[in-house]
Design a protein around this ligand. Sequence first.
Ligand SMILES: Nc1ncnc2c1ncn2[C@@H]1O[C@H](COP(=O)(O)OP(=O)(O)OP(=O)(O)O)[C@@H](O)[C@H]1O
Ligand code: SF4
Ligand SMILES: [Mg+2]
Length: 405
Amino acid sequence: MSENTPDQPGHRVESPVEDAVEEQTGHVATGTGTGNREVLVDARGVKVHFPIKRGVIFDKTVGHVYAVDGMDLQIRRGETYGLVGESGCGKSTFGRALLQLEELTEGEVVFDGVDLATLKGEALRKQRQHMQMVFQDPLGSLDPRQTVEQLLLEGMRAHNMVKGGGATERLAELLQAVGLPRAALNKYPHEFSGGQRQRVGIARALSVDPKLIVADEPVSALDVSVQAQVVNLLGDLQEEFNLTYLVIAHDLAVVRHISDRVGVMYLGALVEEADADDLYAQPLHPYSRALMSAVPVPDPVVEDTREQILLAGDLPSPANPPSGCRFHTRCPWRQETRCDTERPELRVVQIDGAPQSHRVACHWAEQIASGELQPHEVSVELTDTTAVESNVPDDVAPPTAADMA
Ligand SMILES: Nc1ncnc2c1ncn2[C@@H]1O[C@H](COP(=O)(O)OP(=O)(O)OP(=O)(O)O)[C@@H](O)[C@H]1O
Ligand code: SF4
Ligand SMILES: [Mg+2]
């Protein structure tokens, strides 16, 4: 474990994806100006706990995986909210919970003024028209036996959008919007390249005219050059179709460039949230600082001289999360008081240059920012992951596009 802090925690995070995004269209989210917008999605105290079952005859619950454990997050109309965090921290589960594809253990999700828990059956199905998902693996989420035309029509039919002769026109409009030729209509998903398939997945989500798109790792399965094209496409479509996005990604570079605001998630909850530019200029939570210091800088001089915070150990098991601050087992700034016993709230901090919109869940954020507290060695604690690994069924598949209809 390094004792170091990055000498430039606010260095510009650069990557081939970012450069390509800028080069190709100049599309960069401003990171400002969304503060006054009306809230479209309001998630309060959301928890999703999966039971851990044991026993062949009696399916006994012996514990829980606390996949999402107290998420408060608001997404404003027309903005792009980027959600980042390590693998297994609960990003996808939260995304699915927003769309009611995962049952909430606690908390509520209000979408466009409607508490989704009050909707059942047909009413919930109708509401789903406004909330669509784009998946990491379009091949896994698109029915391989359906042509693109059938795939696009399926969702539209489910929401009574195929009436009269307007469907052909709409299909042409959708294909044009995502940059696919008309001939694509008669093809099957396997006949496309990865990037083209993701365009089909996006057209499928768009086909029902949604207000919100949850894009779960939309480009992480694609080549870097193609990633930039798809990121830019999402940006262009947002303006054209008045979309609101929740973009889930582990790649900070992808999230930075398309997000107005960014939330950093650790073991089931947000540890920091800010306008994208503020977060990248001044990450305040020790976990965010470590994440950002891990992103390489293309300038070899800066890269050689900058210091990095290496995170000690693996992500602790969400079946047995640490007490107090969930990050205390890996935190180089952990203190003897509060850190192990008191779970920090996401709060506005009194730090120069940090606006009200920049919130951090750390008891000691001010003292860390001022340098009053210095980082120290962290000894790695072994993590028991067996409970979780044995709990996740091998055949858990992500919801398909058809589930969204
Ligand atoms: N159906 C399920 N049953 C039990 N545990 C689950 C289930 N789905 C997810 N989990 C567990 O919940 C935790 C959060 O999983 P999730 O997929 O939401 O993380 P993630 O942040 O999206 O990770 P990744 O970046 O790898 O996609 C993990 O420990 C995972 O194993
Ligand atoms: S509350 Fe303590 S353990 Fe948690 S991030 Fe802050 S300093 Fe680290
Ligand atoms: Mg995921």
